[in-house]
Ligand binder design. Structure first.
Ligand SMILES: *Cc1c(COP(=O)(O)O)cnc(C)c1O
Length: 379
């Protein structure tokens, strides 16, 4: 399939050619492509969909989808109908676009006309989608989601008999997959995974011969029992670690540098930042950086996280502010940093996972929060 997206001149947008931004985020589309191919070889013969919800975890859904199309991906998942409608014009007609949360009242007509396939999570959603098919006098595609133990979305076990009957009596609906979602795929040894798999196998049997869509990134790595016909990774494509406590097999995709806006030397006993939570214990050199919690660098990094400059760790001191934060640069030569110098937030010395851990969160939350005020470029 042809890559139909307009990815005009990503080279012209390289960070080096733009000036004056508080931060520079780089998305390595070649690494994204290699991550897709790696997952495809693990999941083979199952197909691999790309989960591009939340603007492809903040990387840019149009650019990411274009790259995945070029790598052979034909199936895409978003969370909301709005996201699907925005992305649809950028996909060829042969590509499938699924909405994980299914339909909110009023979204049916929009999804039908945009050739978007809802994941149907409840009998009400099922009835409303079937009613739409009747209005349109044509078959509409659907995915059926079952709750296998996460208690978030999907039909309860007790509803399955009714769903089967409804589907048998609904020639207006073309069911493409039965689906469920793993709650603990990032911890492969948890018994919850085995229990959910057993429940999913029951669903597959009850709804045979419908194909199964089950595994997210972590699920892909848990072996072929979990693969079904279509796997749906998100974070692994974007270089995040799919599983905790093991080496991350994925290539990093995102890097982030932010700009120094001021440096200063302060004596021992100086308070730094809001509420003076940090007190210097020595004569200290500080740099104020041009990004803060409004840019997705969580306030929980206050006094805990760090940035890097040529491999030197520069600890964040005091509170992270909305638009800035302060780091201790005493380790660096006097003239190493100046107005506009860039320091590494995510890159060769600090992975996305390290930053997320310091912030007390997960890579997903960091990626999806990274700010719109940064200059974003693709290479
Ligand atoms: C977000 C999401 C995914 C992708 O999960 P990753 O852990 O990022 O691979 C897959 N399926 C569902 C239902 C999701 O909500």
């Amino acid at each position: 399939m042809e890559d139909t997206l307009d990815r005009t001149a990503p080279g012209a947008l390289l960070a080096g050619k733009a000036h004056g931004f508080p931060g520079y985020m780089t998305v390595d589309l070649a690494a994204l492509r290699r991550n897709f191919q790696r997952i495809a070889s693990i999941a083979n013969p199952a197909r691999v969909a790309g989960v591009v919800k939340a603007d492809a975890y903040g990387l840019g859904a149009i650019q990411v989808a274009g790259t995945l199309l070029g790598a052979g991906c034909k199936d895409f998942f978003v969370a909301h109908a709005e996201e699907a409608v925005a992305l649809r014009p950028h996909l060829p007609s042969g590509a499938q676009l699924f909405v994980l949360n299914g339909l909110l009242p009023g979204a049916e007509a929009v999804c039908a006309s945009a050739a978007v396939t809802p994941v149907i999570n409840s009998l009400t959603q099922l009835h409303r989608w079937r009613a739409r098919a009747r209005v349109e006098r044509r078959r509409l595609p659907a995915v059926l989601q079952f709750d296998t133990g996460m208690s978030r979305l999907g039909f309860a076990p007790a509803e399955r008999a009714a769903v089967r009957m409804e589907i048998a009596q609904s020639p207006e609906l073309e069911v493409l997959y039965v689906m469920s979602h793993l709650a603990s795929a990032d911890e492969p040894t948890r018994a919850q995974n085995v229990a959910q798999l057993a429940e999913m196998e029951k669903v597959a049997k009850e709804f045979a011969p419908l194909p199964v869509c089950f595994a997210n990134s972590g699920g892909v790595l848990m072996g072929s029992d979990y693969h079904g016909s279509l796997v749906r990774p998100g974070i692994a494509l974007y270089g995040g670690a799919p599983q905790l406590g093991v080496a991350n097999p994925m290539e990093p995709v995102v890097s982030l540098s932010i700009a120094v806006v001021q440096t200063r030397r302060v004596p021992s006993g100086t308070m730094v930042g809001y509420s003076g939570t940090h007190l210097t214990s020595d004569c200290t050199r500080l740099a104020t950086l041009c990004a803060g919690y409004a840019d997705g660098l969580p306030r929980s990094l206050s006094g805990r996280g760090a940035v890097y400059f040529h491999g030197h760790r520069l600890p964040i001191v005091g509170r992270v502010s909305m638009d800035s934060m302060t780091v201790d640069i005493s380790d660096l030569p006097d003239d190493a940093l100046d107005l506009g110098s860039l320091v590494e937030v995510i890159g060769p010395h600090q992975t996305l996972e390290m930053l997320a851990t310091d912030a007390g969160t997960i890579s997903y939350e960091i990626l999806t929060g990274l700010g719109s005020r940064f200059f974003k470029s693709y290479c």
